[in-house]
Design a protein around this ligand. Structure first.
Ligand code: NI
Length: 177
């Protein structure tokens, strides 16, 4: 099911996510909803907190840019090793129409559980590695704007202010227990 993507300004995007302890039907539905919502928004990745769920689950799909790479879901992902550094332009579905340069590792090896609870590793580089690192950051409440320079931040201040209202609206409509 396609669900609304939580926008910047919501408290939920700043909270750390809890590990998944059991891959039950709710987690499987969450993974499906992440894929559906990412596709509907034409994104390359989406993390559970962006649908308002504080669990360590992300999906990534860079098949438009790299047709040989299949869409994947990662449960409880963690970075095993990382190398190199490159700066590239990034956006985020929680920040419509906002882009900025972000430094990331150029190569990463990540370990995660798949939808059947099986441990796997993925080696990624370039844009794929960037997308994965971006999504993993979401699980710790970290957002791509945190990496922007003070000058760039100043330039997008107006856009952020407008977005913040949307995020705050979401919080009001979805009070946390
Ligand atoms: Ni994002």
């Amino acid at each position: 099911m396609v669900r609304e993507v939580v926008k910047y300004g919501s408290q939920i995007l700043r909270q750390p996510c809890a590990p998944v302890t059991r891959i039950d039907p709710a987690i499987k539905t969450l993974v499906r909803d992440l894929f559906d919502s990412m596709k509907a928004a034409e994104g390359v990745g989406l993390a559970a907190p962006q649908l308002g769920v504080l669990r360590r689950v992300v999906v990534v799909d860079v098949s438009r840019q790299h047709p040989e790479l299949l869409p994947i879901s990662l449960i409880n992902p963690r970075i095993l090793s990382a190398e190199g550094r490159e700066v590239g332009e990034e956006g985020c579905l929680s920040f419509p129409d906002l882009y900025g340069p972000v430094p990331r590792h150029s190569q990463v090896r990540i370990e995660a559980l798949d939808i059947n609870g099986k441990l796997f590793t993925v080696d990624a580089e370039g844009f794929y590695a960037r997308a994965l690192q971006h999504e993993l950051d979401h699980l710790d409440g970290k957002l791509f704007i945190d990496y922007l320079s003070p000058l760039k931040r100043q330039l997008v201040r107006g856009k952020l202010k407008a977005l913040k209202k949307e995020g705050e609206r979401w919080d009001q409509e979805h009070p946390q227990p």
